[in-house]
Design a protein around this ligand. Structure first.
Ligand code: GLU
Length: 493
């Protein structure tokens, strides 16, 4: 059997869209499920959209997400390199290849030179619109002979090359998600294949490259579906075997609109910066448009590879549900080591101004305890500073109503006083001592249960609920606890 080869072929427009990552992921999963190859090709033939550093950022995002490819464009030591036997994998380096096939198409009568100016094309389109017709090229240059065309080119006239579609011809292909598709050429434009700057259009380059790179399955977003008949016709014109097509439903937001930059986060980097773990994003994205046979929701990459199939990809848009993503992310945060989450949390804590480099280094274990204290309840890493900010405060102001109520209790002065006294008996409050600490306060005051713990918690955190109290004691330490209690005594008792 032929080796299965799939490719992800993004245009380097500056960032990797979350929908693009899902496309890459499905390509990857299918390739690996079939012991095939996955290839990264860069489609940069639209030079007007060139963005500095875009290839690197794309590759970094794929790398971060753990979507690995076997061939194509890589970044090594900060440099772009290519690996594989089918290169170059960057389209702007393949211009001579496209020229060769353009010539062949012209010679075989499947393409023609077109000299129409932009003004003429605009005028044609305007007229068609007025007449209520679908705007398309009117075919004026279809009949320019090759000899005449060559002469005009020699005279310096600007030109493009267009695909010469036969009239009234049914182009047929099968899509694994959408089934059989038939489009008549009367409904399709004579697509430009080669632009006046000598660069191919996407349509030409994609077909030539997919063929030469021996791509067996083309898996891409459904926005490319209208282009596919033109591609299929090119395969036929060049006498090449067609690949298998799979068009994926668009990733939509809850309002069933395309996820766009205007509506918030769409780039993979945005999600990384918001504190999503790569395996959580991948796990969740796999489920946007695909569903397993059972109700499994948490998958490792290997499980996804094993279970993934196009039969279970839906035709309709996949809804991107942030709450569900948060739930999946929370799951992965909870099952990660404290060390991993702490290391990820440090940049956020620095950014929030809670710690600096020196602090992160000298008090690393304290930070681990800090993170461990809130790890259970997190949706994202970015939430950590907000959740731990109370530990860093100079003193605690009590604002919550139920907390103010608690601190009015008649036993409170005795409890707070006993906390200070018990603390003064030791050098520092280590974890062992902290564990038995409230028992000592209980013994000293005779107060127990809620009446003991609530005021202590409120005085030290400002709230009646919150993380593991023993951890709070250790994190604050003797000096801070005393300071906080004195502040509460002064202000609220
Ligand atoms: N270069 C196209 C893009 O940016 C690739 C489409 C395809 O996969 O054929 O999405």
């Amino acid at each position: 059997m032929k080796e299965v080869r799939l490719r992800f072929a993004p245009s380097p427009t500056g960032y990797l869209h979350i929908g693009g990552l899902r496309t890459a992921l499905y390509n990857y999963l299918y390739a690996k499920h079939n012991n095939g190859k996955f290839i990264l090709r860069i489609e940069d033939t639209d030079q007007t959209r060139f963005v500095e550093g875009a290839i690197e950022s794309l590759i970094n995002s794929l790398h971060w997400a753990g979507v690995k490819y076997d061939e194509g464009v890589f970044v090594e030591d900060g440099k772009i390199v290519e690996k594989g036997d089918y290169g170059p994998y960057i389209q702007s380096k393949r211009l001579d290849i496209y020229q060769k096939y353009v010539k062949e198409l012209i010679e075989k009568g499947h393409a023609y030179y077109c000299f129409c100016s932009k003004e003429r094309l605009d005028a044609v389109r305007e007229e068609q619109k007025i007449k209520g017709l679908v705007p398309k090229y009117d075919g004026l240059c279809r009949n320019v002979s090759i000899e005449e065309a060559k002469e005009r080119i020699a005279n310096g006239e600007e030109y493009v090359v267009r695909l010469k579609l036969p009239h009234d011809y049914d182009i047929k292909f099968h899509d694994l998600v959408r089934g059989d598709i038939v489009i008549n050429t009367n409904d399709i434009d004579d697509q430009v294949l080669l632009k006046s700057d000598g660069f191919p259009t996407y349509h030409l380059a994609v077909v030539i490259d997919d063929h030469l790179m021996e791509i067996t399955h083309i898996v891409r977003g459904e926005e490319w579906l209208p282009s596919t008949p033109k591609h299929v016709y090119l395969y036929e014109a060049l006498g090449w075997e067609k690949p298998t097509y799979v068009h994926l439903p668009t990733v939509l937001n809850k309002d069933r609109k395309k996820l766009s930059k205007r509506h918030g986060d769409v780039s993979v980097e945005d999600f990384r910066d918001k504190g999503y773990l790569p395996e959580a994003l991948i796990n969740y994205l796999a489920l946007v448009g695909w569903s397993p046979e059972d109700n499994q929701e948490i998958f490792t990459m290997d499980e996804l590879i094993e279970k993934f199939s196009f039969e279970r990809v839906s035709k309709t848009g996949g809804i991107f549900d942030k709450d569900k993503l948060n739930w999946v992310n929370g799951h992965y945060i909870r099952s990660s080591s404290v060390e991993r989450i702490t290391k990820l949390a440090i940049p956020y804590l620095k950014e929030a101004g809670l710690i600096d480099d020196k602090f992160a280094e000298e008090k690393y274990y304290w930070l681990e305890l800090l993170v461990k204290t809130v790890q259970e309840g997190l949706d994202t890493i970015a939430e950590i500073p907000e959740k731990v900010a109370f530990i860093f405060k100079e003193h605690i102001d009590i604002v919550e109503e139920d907390a103010l109520e608690v601190i009015k209790g008649e036993q409170v002065p005795a409890v707070l006083n006993a906390i200070k006294e018990e603390l003064n008996k030791v050098e520092e409050l280590d974890e062992e001592y902290a564990k038995g600490f409230m028992k000592l306060v209980q013994k000293a005051t005779g107060v127990k249960g809620k009446n003991l713990f609530m005021p202590a918690r409120v005085a030290l955190t400002g709230s009646t609920h919150g993380p593991e109290f023993v951890n709070v004691l250790v994190l604050l330490g003797k000096e801070n606890i005393i300071k906080r209690i004195e502040h509460v005594e002064e202000k609220y008792l």
